[in-house]
Design a protein around this ligand. Structure first.
Ligand code: PEP
Ligand code: MG
Length: 545
């Protein structure tokens, strides 16, 4: 067996024969041509055909996956009208007397380089799109049809890289999943894979031609690809795949339905995410919004402080993709178990009780303001809420809100557009529960973090597995705190959600509904099972013991 590891695009398992997808190396001659007029005509003809083809791909993607996914082909069609690119190609043909294929390849490579040197990560990604449209024109010029490379039986495609137009051309019925040696999780190919709900792995390292025809398994949960796995491993992965299939059946049945009890009470069921790459699974599971975007993962995934623009891109992407649905972004909750070297945080004796979350943000105001500015800028692109973690006092909440106001004023003065954002507090310390009335007066919403609330109420370090025998995850003190928080919130017109793991604990769903909770935010895969439970509850009847 060989195991390759990479970056997973979608949690899921794909099992099947490997098909190595290799575009044959085309020799593109740079020998001078005499009849440049004929070459210019060949180019123009191929450009128009490639454009018509991109429009066809747009329609195909629109029918199969929706506007978000299809948009890239619309952009490709427009790029094929780009005067700068067309002029550059014509210059190489007309003045340098080179063949059309060579001119297209060269001009597109030059423009792709300009994109790949840009600071903006979104524009950097567009360099692949220029190469892709160039390849499309070259395919027309050379009469190449890459779709035939997929073979005729269902398989896992393994390729050096896949361009978006190659991906959309693939016959979905024959595509079990794909693995690429290169590629990025933010590329349109990755976006396509997510929206097509296909397990895929990128950056999987060296691909070997002799894998062709062997058995392969993509384990999207563990970000690895097995070539020729042994029988016992194959059996357990098949079992996992079957479990997934059962969940998909549940998904189809409940998608589009409301989270309403038998007696008519509706609550919101939102998703918890760690970053933009989770959006695909959020959408597949029909979340009504995002109740907790743990923004610290943006910091944990970075080797240095993420800049305002980098953060803005991440938040904007999520806000824009989810719009008009709500996206609640928690400000950086770094510290305790989540640390990064570049912040130079000191080792502490009791890190869970130490410098973390807003405590860091309020002692490093420039750092905090960078995030708040990015969040406010992103607010223009959707329906964002901002919440502060680990609050224990009204003073802290006010300081956070003052900094947020300061950032709003700065951005408005700079001419940047921002939208109204709801502001909330995480309730995850007993102190916050006990002053919930005061906090609620100055918040739009509360989100109860039951993971930390349990840790701090029961004095049980959530990282310490040895304490598990002492832990009652349904501790009555925590349940009482939840009730107190909901009541306090409602007294002051502040809606209350739960975003800790208890929110997904279906044995407590009825209890939470009876307490009056307004929202439950859970990991995306728990949304539909939770919906099923909610739809089976009847609050007009006495709760069973
Ligand atoms: C919580 O404490 O319940 C929570 C949602 O935050 P985290 O688990 O990220 O600390
Ligand atoms: Mg917490």
């Amino acid at each position: 067996m060989f195991v390759a590891t990479g970056k997973s695009i979608l949690n899921g398992i794909a099992i099947g024969k490997i098909k190595i997808y290799k575009v044959p190396e085309l020799h593109i001659s740079d020998e001078p041509v005499e009849n440049t007029k004929a070459e210019l005509e060949r180019f123009e003809d191929a450009r128009l055909k490639a454009q018509a083809y991109q429009k066809k791909l747009y329609q195909k993607a629109l029918d199969e996956s929706g506007e978000d996914t299809a948009a890239v082909f619309d952009v490709h069609a427009m790029m094929l009208d780009d005067d700068d690119l067309i002029d550059a190609i014509k210059e190489i043909i007309g003045n340098q007397h080179r063949p059309a294929e060579y001119a297209v390849k060269k001009a597109c490579a030059n423009q792709a380089k300009v994109f790949s040197d840009m600071d903006d990560p979104y524009l950097r990604e567009r360099s692949a799109d220029v190469i892709d449209i160039g390849q499309c024109v070259i395919d027309v010029l050379t009469g190449t049809d890459n779709a035939t490379l997929q073979g005729t039986e269902p398989s896992i495609l393994v390729a050096k890289d896949l361009a978006p137009s190659e991906t959309v051309k693939l016959d979905k019925k024959l595509l079990l999943g794909f693995v690429t040696a290169e590629g990025s999780t933010n590329s349109h190919t990755a976006i396509l894979a997510r929206s097509m709900n296909i397990p895929a792995l990128v950056q999987a390292g060296e691909i070997k031609d002799d894998w062709d025809g062997k058995m392969g398994v993509i384990d999207g949960y563990n970000s690895c690809f097995y070539v020729d796995p042994p029988a016992d491993l194959l059996k357990s992965l098949k079992k996992r795949q079957e479990e997934d299939a059962r969940k998909v059946a549940l998904l189809t049945e409940l998608k589009g339905k409301s989270n309403t009890t038998i007696d008519g009470k509706t609550i919101k069921v939102y998703a918890n995410i760690g970053g933009p790459s989770d959006i695909g699974v959020v959408q597949q599971n029909d979340a009504e919004g995002i109740g907790l975007f743990r923004s610290e993962f943006v910091y944990l995934n970075s080797h240095n402080y993420p800049t305002e623009d980098e953060q803005f891109e991440a938040y904007r992407h999520v806000a824009e993709t989810m719009a008009p649905k709500k996206v609640i972004i928690r400000t950086c909750d770094i510290g305790a178990d989540k640390t990064v070297d570049y912040m130079g945080l000191e080792k502490e004796t009791n890190p869970a009780l130490g410098l973390r979350a807003v405590r860091i943000c309020l002692t490093r105001k420039v750092f905090f303001k960078t995030q708040l500015r990015a969040l406010l800028r992103a607010s223009y692109y959707g329906n964002i809420g901002i919440m502060f973690p680990m609050i224990i006092s009204l003073r802290e909440l006010r300081e956070c809100k003052d900094l947020l106001n300061e950032c709003s004023k700065e951005l408005i003065a700079e001419g940047k557009k921002i939208n109204y954002v709801e502001v909330g507090t995480m309730i995850e310390t007993p102190a916050a529960v006990l002053i919930a009335d005061e906090l609620a007066e100055e918040c739009d919403f509360f989100s109860i973090g039951t993971n930390d609330l349990t840790q701090y109420t029961c004095a049980i370090d959530r990282q310490n597995a040895k304490l598990e025998p002492f832990l009652d995850i349904h501790h009555p003190a925590v349940l009482k705190e939840i009730q107190m928080t909901i009541e306090a919130g409602h007294r002051h017109n502040c809606w209350v959600g739960i975003c800790g793991e208890l929110g997904a604990d279906t044995s407590l769903t009825e209890t939470f509904l009876r307490m009056g909770v307004d929202e439950l935010s859970v990991n995306p895969k728990s949304i539909l099972p939770l919906r099923k439970v909610i739809r089976g509850i009847d609050l007009s009847k006495k709760q069973a013991e």
